[in-house]
Design a protein around this ligand. Sequence first.
Ligand code: SF4
Length: 691
Amino acid sequence: NMQASRPAIRTTCPYCGTGCGVLATPDRAGGMAIAGDPDHPANFGRLCVKGSALGETVGLKGRLLTPRIHGRNASWDQALDLVARRFSETIAEHGPDSVGFYVSGQLLTEDYYAANKLMKGFIGSANIDTNSRLCMASSVAGHRRAFGTDTVPGLYEDLEEADLVVLVGSNLAWCHPVLYQRLAAARQARGTRVVVVDPRRTASCDIADLHLALSPGSDAALFNLLLSEIIRKTDCSTDNIEGFEDAVQAAQQVNPAATGLPHSDLQQFLNMWLQTTKTVTIYSQGINQSDSGTDKVNAIINCHLATGRIGRPGMGPFSVTGQPNAMGGREVGGLANMLACHLDIENPAHRDAVQGFWASPRMADRPGLKAVEMFRAVEDRRIKALWIICTNPAVSMPEADRVARAIAGCDFVVVSDMIAQTDTTRLAHVLLPATGWGEKDGTVTNSERRISRQRRVLAPAGQARDDWRIIADVAARMGWAEAFAWDSPAQVFAEHAALSGVAGALGSDFDISDLAGISDGEYDRLEPFLWPQSPRKRGGRFFGDGRFHTPSGKARMIAVTPRTPPPVSREYPFRLNTGRVRDHWHTMTRTGLSPRLSRHLAEPYLELHPKDAARLGLQPASLAQVSSPHGRAILRVLVTDRVAPGHPFAPMHWTSETAPSGRIDTLVAGLTDPVSGQPALKSGVVAIRPF
Ligand code: SF4
């Protein structure tokens, strides 16, 4: 049996920013056996239930197998010709800013690189944004304000070296399960103390020494109180910090009552933090997905800067990204306000350097439209041609119904996807079948800056092609064949690595230029590695030496005045909290294929406190209608005191395909953070009544 004796292929799980290594062994039936890779430094052999079910989600079911134009099968040439012609015509008639790409943190770095190069360097607009805007844009903005660049200071092993780990706005147990397992094991082995800061009592509280069920949105107030306490009780060294006085002054304005926490809990937290040097603060969407997310990020970072607890073993603020390759997207500059390799789109010298490297005819000279703005521009017809790649915005954007209507009204919509029927593919004029996980080759970067290979295990389904190749094929038809003449993802990676050397010479922290000459064979064998990976500095932590990437070399503390979310009203008296479930990923197009994964929580639901349920006359398992100014959902009621009165919770995964009335992001307003443009997807104001 030749196939059974084939060695397992080392690849990476696509379901979260932990970036676990996977051993995939193809079988004769077109499937594969899955195991954790014991040699991968993210997981050392562990997998969570989503990763271990990967083999159940491959196959042809639901796949888009051929290009389609207006719902009819077409050849690749017909589809690519049409896409290139319509984009070229639109640009010629209305200018480069009349088109947009909306891409994804699930793209591989090579795909992302190709899309960013085409839009910024050749079309000449920065109207490329990504669903990573919904995930961690506030973290990027917070890092850039504090450190001068988007750099994650720490490593996963810091979780194991810390004496105190604070999870804030992160249900690590369900959203990054293997990191949670690593933390739980460290706690078992060495007594690490864990604090969970979350309005809801999540599964992560199972290992918490303290759960702070703070008022929704009061995280910045909490960390300002902590900063005040740090100043009061410790001697801060401010030699390598700017903005210290202003940040402290702002912090001292906060009233402890803003957090809604009992005095004793609050004091216990402050004491634990002050008394424990080795402290890591993990944060995720509960911080980022807010209309003041960037300030919340900086309120956290301020406390680590003031105590020097950053970039040293067991210490630091740590943003864990939701998507498998949110970090790769940041590295290639696949967001509307970034350039490439952590260079600055608003810096003329940086733009010139990238344009010179690409030998491109033009270069976007200002930030483009961020996700929410981009779909507003689609709505009012400023964007006339839109290419959506590897994502499902008709479900996942805030005010999702409005976004779906905007896409439906757009003159020309192209969607590249591996799945035939989604809320978004339904709105496309042209559908392009893309390869999916298990079929494509490339790299991803996890939350600790570790670059790993995703490797091809199976042949592409039907006529599916890799995204980088589809983008290059369109670019060639738009007249730029030479600049996109790659034959393999290894060549794209090598170009990206070479560009990072140009960026490194301009002071960028992202420099992997010693891989610029990588061959196809070396790329095939590439082991997971941490960047930076330049001759100057190799993998490891940043900022432990007290030097930052700002012009002065000092870190910046930011004065944060906490903002509370928009108030509830008589008409909409509940504050809805949204999030993930343990076993599904995003809009379930893949995880929904595994019956095992759907057994945990089989349908959309609303967690409601017993007092709210009694007041509304809602029984357990009855149906509730949840409405907001933007939309409506019908959800099964789950009565539980895990949530506080007035603060129900609903998960965000279900779609028109899987539960026609269960789309949660229809309920959420398109409010955005003024610095990062990240939407406040975490919460919305709603009314609830029996259905
Ligand atoms: Fe995949 Fe994340 Fe689970 Fe690891 S923790 S197996 S990357 S979903």
